[in-house]
Write a protein of this length. Sequence first.
Length: 65
Amino acid sequence: MAKQQSFADKAAKAAAQKGSKCPVCGTIFQPLLFVSSEPSKTTGSVKFNERRVNVCKCNEKTVYN
């Protein structure tokens, strides 16, 4: 028979933050997909460059600007 889970157990599990912490400020990193448009060197058309960035309070001003 399965163990009964109370509402307090469910709320505690949902409140637990997952992920790695920033060593400088101590906040949890938020993953972000950073998309920038850059002109192609060969054809001159515009291409989208995508990269994953972890954002915290330390580097959010540099990433968003």
